[in-house]
Design a protein around this ligand. Sequence first.
Ligand SMILES: Nc1ncnc2c1ncn2[C@@H]1O[C@H](COP(=O)(O)OP(=O)(O)OP(=O)(O)O)[C@@H](O)[C@H]1O
Ligand SMILES: [Mg+2]
Length: 317
Amino acid sequence: MSRSVIEMTHVYKTFGEVPALHDMSLRVQQGEVVGLLGPNGAGKTTTVRLILGLLKPDKGDVRLFGEDPYPDDLAHCELRRRVGVVLEEDRLYPHMTGWENLQFWTELYGMPADKAPQEINRVLQLVEMADRATSKVGTYSKGMRRRLAIARSLVNRPDVLIMDEPTSGLDPEYRVQVRDILRRLAEQGMTILITSHNLAEVEKICTRVVIIKKGRILLSSTIQDLMREYGSELVITVNTDASTLRDTPLFQELTQNPMVKEVKLYDNTVRLALAEVDNVSPIIQLFTKHQVPVKEIQTISPSLEDIYLRIVKSADD
Ligand SMILES: Nc1ncnc2c1ncn2[C@@H]1O[C@H](COP(=O)(O)OP(=O)(O)OP(=O)(O)O)[C@@H](O)[C@H]1O
Ligand SMILES: [Mg+2]
């Protein structure tokens, strides 16, 4: 049976006059990889900070492994040890070396001193920072600090990762590397909550997305269901100007087909929004039946970015 690792129930949070979260409910089950998405100012970081006990909700309940995470202090040592965290600001100590930063972290959460070096080496290698481990963090580039912060989040072998834009500031190569690390951890059953503005990345890592805007949830859905719901487009290139097909029996049959949600005619293409894409041959056969030669067939699946933009824009209406 799946268990909730993170649970927010009807949470409200206001900063002065600014309502940051409004009736936010979010549940992340063990083994889920959830992407928390939304425009700037939507409330993603506020959500993360509430889950980590860095903020207290005005109203509603927040649970992390069934416990109230607030306040984030050493009384919660065992809880903290189970959570790998990457925040927007990295909270690394610039006057300490990379190694010392990680060592401090392992000491804070009670890792035996004889075990620490091995774990520190493991995570440094994972993010390819071993060669810079003896330099002071103050001398690191932005991307290097980010990678060290990711290493730190993994050093205690946590049960859940909560990451606020972990790949921001990373170059494309390291972005892919971090994505692969997260994907591998997810395959091993790690529970992950991640915020990101990089939707291609989210699409590759996450099993579910939650989209918020102005502190309210617009959507919570598995990526699989989203793709199914938003369907695909079948683009059929014909030999003629497609608009001449408008009043033909082929057009009528296409519009009446239960697989087809919408028919658009552009230049020499017939564009069909499909409910499902399992088998398009009955549709192609209609063209043959009505003696309309088909030059090319292409299916286009929407990206998470396309879907996200549609959802976020339509919330303005
Ligand atoms: N400490 C604070 N004091 C005052 N207002 C705050 C504070 N923290 C957040 N807010 C406000 O709460 C709202 C949500 O902010 P939050 O940082 O959670 O957004 P976000 O989704 O993380 O945005 P971004 O994508 O830019 O990181 C914003 O209107 C922001 O100005
Ligand atoms: Mg933020």
